[in-house]
Ligand binder design. Sequence first.
Ligand code: ATP
Length: 220
Amino acid sequence: MLKIENLCVSLAGSPILRSLSLDIHAGTTIAIVGRNGAGKTTLLRSIMGLIPATSGEMHLDEHNLMRSAAHLRTSLGIGYAPEDRVIFPTLSVQENLELPCEILELSSQEVEERLAHVLDVVPQLKPMLARSGAALSGGQGKMVALGRALMVGSAIVLLDEPFQGLAPALALQYSEALGRLRTSRPDLSVVITESNSALLTDIPNQILTIERGSFVEAIH
Ligand SMILES: Nc1ncnc2c1ncn2[C@@H]1O[C@H](COP(=O)(O)OP(=O)(O)OP(=O)(O)O)[C@@H](O)[C@H]1O
């Protein structure tokens, strides 16, 4: 499914990702755990094509991601919920959710079907749909960012530190949403980064530890 080989990324002339390799099979949930600054966000942003790689290979099935611009990666079914959420304050929650569908040029019926599915997985979004993006708490913004990633993430979703800063009740709701996702979309792959592995409970099938831009051990 997603296969990364010897990925190297430098930022401002410094090596940040050092020859990372990762093989994610369809339907698996992988957690990447590492301290602040270990390279988690850089990895997800380079998978999305938002940061150029210095060298390495990256394929989603038969598609060579290294040759695909960021918007094409979205079209291939990669959804991304960034750590800082990026909720547009002048748009409603529904508009925020539907925004990435514009890249895919989906019919309004397809957008409606995807939204219905996302609301089944994250029902907390239903009463918020008409609310302004500016009126959301940080935790609610994380739920919207999850929903938005699911609107386009038909193959894989990348969730950057989803549990950071979530109150316990919201963290539980987020975990429950991921549980429903497993059942409703068994082929979807999920990558979660976290700095605190205790927040992950039993969600991932596999946990990898990243330190200074390299994977150091597989915990299980
Ligand atoms: N635009 C940039 N220019 C230069 N260095 C950067 C840039 N963005 C990030 N870095 C550096 O890259 C390293 C990895 O950062 P990254 O954000 O990927 O870490 P992280 O594991 O996601 O941690 P955090 O939880 O703090 O976001 C850090 O040393 C950071 O200072």
